[in-house]
Design a protein around this ligand. Structure first.
Ligand code: MN
Length: 423
């Protein structure tokens, strides 16, 4: 037989809008609902054998009305092309998906009420090619592993497990161990719940397709549906289609002391363009959080002109790049050697890191080093940290060198703080 192709996705959350998009961008244009609609065309064009959704197709119960039309239209388009649409419920749509599946033709929900249920894909002559084994969230929370109640047999036909479950250490959303999935005998698993896409195990693949369209700035990187191919010998290959039209990224700009405000804006543009080259070709909008760090003479300028940075927008090929947030972590460019020896607190503090580095006499700082070290040791010896010491053997008594490191950093920070207060 030829290989089977299954278009896999999860965590679509129809009803939500991607957050933090500036006003001029139409949230509906980038909504999960829109991308979900586009997915039907992709499935038909690629002539896939099935579309599988591993839960959280709909964001919540109160999105029933909004989801109805979107789900029905995709189900109809797929049915006309003879492509089954097979879904399981996740924690978000546990109480809406069963009703939706009752109401919408050609939407096949597997595993109602936390049971296991099988749908088999067959070839032209009716022989079984692939079992889809699915389990649905029975309610908003589920504290046991769905695998604990797995009761479908193995008849030699490759099995694809489909479940909304959590492989992290959380225990309220169907906790499951990657090892248990990898050794269950299934040819592959498609999971929902975690929005970060990627395989958590290679052979057999344990795949989180991730959110179909990223929903907030923490969901960085490429997103989209995945294509899963099952060869006739049961081996499975997965690859990302990177079909999302939106990508969030954090772009870090490191400044140098002599750079002025304009230089930093120039570098920011350059780095934003570089980031576009790493986006998938279908990315229409790159929504970037700009983080500026380092020591710079433009430290004060950056703060007073942050509004200008928040307006940065450019286009590169078919991608619009838009800054949606700016974080300024710069510090003033202060030459410690210039300040050290001044008859003021800044002079005293500026000399300390230099003395620790051997660039100034250490004499005037002996007292403060001794006092700091005594205090660090006293804290380390105190009962409050006894637990920590008995459980972590790497947590040893601080050496004087460690105290000096911390002292130097603290002095440097205090210099920054004082200089900033002076304007
Ligand atoms: Mn979920």
């Amino acid at each position: 037989m030829d290989s089977l192709e299954v278009l896999c996705t999860a965590d679509i959350h129809i009803g939500r809008r991607p957050s933090r998009l500036p006003g001029r961008f139409d949230p509906a244009e980038f909504s999960p609902r829109k991308i979900w609609g586009d997915l039907a065309a992709t499935a038909v064009n690629r002539e896939v054998d099935a579309v599988v959704v591993a839960g959280d197709l709909v964001d919540s119960e109160n999105r029933y009305a909004e989801a109805f039309g979107a789900v029905e239209s995709v189900a109809t388009t797929l049915a006309e092309a003879d492509i089954p649409l097979v879904v399981v419920a996740g924690n978000h749509d546990a109480d809406v998906l069963p009703d939706l599946a009752d109401a919408v033709d050609h939407l096949q929900l597997l595993g109602r009420n936390g049971t296991w249920e099988r749908r088999t894909l067959t070839g032209v002559d009716g022989d079984a090619l692939l079992h889809l084994d699915g389990w649905s969230f029975p309610s908003r929370y589920h504290h046991e592993s769905p695998l604990a109640t797995y009761d479908l047999g193995d008849d030699g036909v490759p099995r694809l497990g489909v479940v909304h479950a959590d492989v992290s250490d959380e225990d309220q959303y169907a906790p499951v161990a990657v090892d248990d999935l990898a050794t269950s005998g299934h040819a592959a698993w498609v999971l929902g719940h975690l929005h970060v896409p990627g395989t958590r195990h290679d052979n057999p693949p344990v795949l989180y397709p991730g959110s179909l369209q990223p929903l907030n700035p923490s969901e960085t990187g490429s997103h989209g549906a995945w294509l899963l191919s099952v060869e006739s010998d049961g081996t499975v290959d997965v690859k990302p289609l990177e079909s999302a039209t939106l990508q969030y990224e954090e772009v870090v700009v490191s400044t140098t002391p002599e750079q002025g405000f304009h230089d930093i804006v120039d570098v920011a543009h350059e780095q934003l363009r570089d980031t576009v080259t790493e986006c998938s070709t279908g990315t229409e909008l790159l929504a970037a959080k700009l983080v500026i760090e380092g020591r710079t003479d433009a430290h004060a300028d950056l703060r007073s002109r942050r509004g200008e940075l928040e307006q940065i927008e450019l286009t590169d090929g078919g991608t619009t790049v838009r800054v949606i947030d700016v974080e300024i972590n710069t510090r003033p460019a202060i030459d410690l050697a210039d300040r050290a020896g001044d008859e003021d607190p800044i002079g005293y503090l500026a000399g300390l890191p230099r003395a620790l580095d051997g660039d100034e006499p250490i004499g005037p700082y002996r007292d403060v080093i001794e006092a700091a070290h005594a205090s660090v040791r006293e804290t380390h010896d105190s009962n409050a940290y006894r637990e920590l010491k008995s459980h972590d053997e790497t947590y040893t008594r601080p050496t004087e060198a460690e105290t000096k490191d911390v002292l130097g950093q603290q002095a440097r920070q205090l210099v920054d703080a004082f200089v900033e207060q002076q304007g």
